[in-house]
Design a protein around this ligand. Structure first.
Ligand code: BG6
Length: 481
């Protein structure tokens, strides 16, 4: 269905996220007929470009998606303005342009460094662009710690109220993540088992093959904990661990996630070396090609920024007492895979003899990417004569096979949720703060520790200490390869 007519303004319009993700997502929605003809998409950056220059830049990024004729029609709805958040020039004209369609929903997407959020919101406020059906979208990371996040949220909050503010975490827009809600709360099967009595542990892996490449400037100030764990991975953890909300109302869901974040046990100076492993990639082979190490890409051999983290988190509440959540993420790992593994406790007593084979844990695996799907690993009897032999096999549902459709990108869903004004899949201010409150002592623990991130060769699963982290507990990282 068509959404209300809207104007979407993307600050950071020439940036990587806008060009690689946001505009392609909008183009896909356009192709599905969801973008009203009077809607305008306006890229903003400091570069001196005009509408045609911007369209030419986007054409290169979008041309592979569909035939040129449709792309041309789409690009007619796209424009560009050059603005500097720290200078007055051009803002009045820009405001007049936006106000020329006063009945439209207005979305201001801040896809810039968080340093600019305050200035941009200030300008939007000065020009009255926070009035009417205006919404602001904040890309992660929101700040680099609790204090800076508070400063940003306070400043944004002076211009836009909380219901106008959409803090995006694109992992929440991924199909499988939404499916986790449906699996958990749309089936009677799982919920009775979804607790410390039956679940042995949970693993969340977000592995990437890419290095940081030209993002090194941003990345070196962030690192894997700020870039992936504080937001995406904690959000996944919340979706697994939260209590059943009473409805899908935005605050019903977000209240439950907040409780999980507030229940995370503290990792600080006293236990950071036992509970976390940091790594940094060195030269190696990724996807068949030799690639440089992180220090070479950055041009700085002294950087202590982690490109890999593995950690053991615990949630201090009745449901999850004693159930570890092992999280791991990194750049330049052997394959691109994101998955959540829920590992169940073994049967209490085995009736099978040792020569039948070993009983494996039941595992529920939610694959976020690639090959989105759900697998439930079960023990069965190996078919045929030859005695009773146990086999561990998956009940396997691939979404692509089952539904034969290409999964929409997370941003497609989320951008239209903003236009519709539905914040269920966005982070409320207190969630961001709670996540920083947990991440802060981890970062401080690292800063105070004499250890540096451990080197790992590109194309491997991170430092061996990450394997030791889970094996010490008598468990292993899930591996289907
Ligand atoms: C972004 C991070 O938020 O997520 C990137 O800043 C990371 O470093 C990306 O590569 C991963 O997203 P996806 O959707 O490709 O898994």
């Amino acid at each position: 269905p068509l959404v209300e007519p809207f104007d979407l303004v993307i600050f950071g319009g020439t940036g990587d996220l806008a060009v690689r993700k946001l505009l392609p997502a909008l183009f896909h929605r356009f192709l599905d007929g969801q973008i009203p003809a009077s809607s305008r998409i306006i890229g903003i950056a400091r570069e001196a470009l005009d509408d045609d220059g911007y369209r030419a830049l986007l054409r290169q990024a979008l041309v592979g998606i569909c035939d040129a004729a449709k792309l041309d029609v789409f690009l007619q709805q796209v424009g560009y303005r050059s603005l500097d958040a720290r200078k007055d020039d051009g803002w009045a004209d820009f405001a007049a342009l936006i106000k020329s369609q006063p009945e439209h929903v207005r979305v201001f997407y801040l896809s810039t460094s968080p340093d600019l959020f305050v200035d941009i919101c200030g300008r939007l406020g000065e020009h009255g662009l926070n009035q009417g059906k205006s919404r602001v979208v904040l890309e992660k990371p929101i700040g680099r710690d609790l204090d800076s996040a508070n400063r940003i949220n306070d400043a944004v909050g002076r211009v836009f109220n909380e219901s106008q503010t959409f803090r995006i975490d694109h992992y929440l827009g991924k199909e499988t993540v939404q499916n986790l809600l449906v699996l958990r709360f749309g089936n009677a099967l799982f919920e009775p088992l979804w607790n410390a009595g039956h679940i042995d542990h949970v693993q969340i892996t977000v592995a990437e093959t890419v290095g940081v490449g030209h993002r090194a400037g941003y990345y070196d100030h962030a690192g894997a904990l700020r870039d992936m764990v504080q937001n995406h991975m904690l959000q996944l953890l919340c979706m697994v661990a939260m209590e059943p909300p009473s409805s899908l109302e935005p605050d019903a869901v977000r209240d439950e996630k907040l409780k999980v974040l507030n229940s995370l046990k503290v990792i600080d100076d006293s236990n950071v070396n036992q509970l976390t492993v940091r790594g940094q990639y060195r030269a190696g082979v990724a996807e068949g090609a030799s690639v440089p190490g992180y220090p070479d890409e950055l041009g700085d051999t002294k950087s202590n920024t982690e490109t890999f983290v593995a950690l053991k988190a615990e949630i201090g509440n009745w449901r999850w007492a004693g159930v570890p959540f092992y999280l791991r993420t990194g750049k330049r790992l052997p394959s691109r895979v994101s998955e959540i593994v829920v590992a169940f406790k073994p049967v209490p007593h085995s009736i099978f003899s040792a020569d039948s084979g070993t009983l494996a844990q039941n595992r529920l695996v939610l694959r976020l990417q690639p090959d989105e799907g759900v697998k439930l690993w079960l023990t069965i009897k190996h078919p045929g004569p030859g005695g009773l032999r146990l086999r561990n096999v998956p009940l396997d549902m691939s979404f692509a096979e089952a539904f034969g459709v290409q999964q929409p990108d997370a941003y497609e869903r989320l951008l239209l949720d903003v236009v519709r004004g539905n914040p269920t899949l966005f982070m409320r201010r207190d969630e961001v703060e709670a996540a920083w409150r947990w991440a802060g002592p981890v970062l401080a623990g690292w800063a105070n520790s004499s250890e540096s991130p451990r080197p790992y060769a590109a194309g491997t699963w991170g430092p061996s200490a990450a394997v030791a982290l889970i094996e010490r507990d008598g468990r292993t990282w899930h591996d289907e390869s």
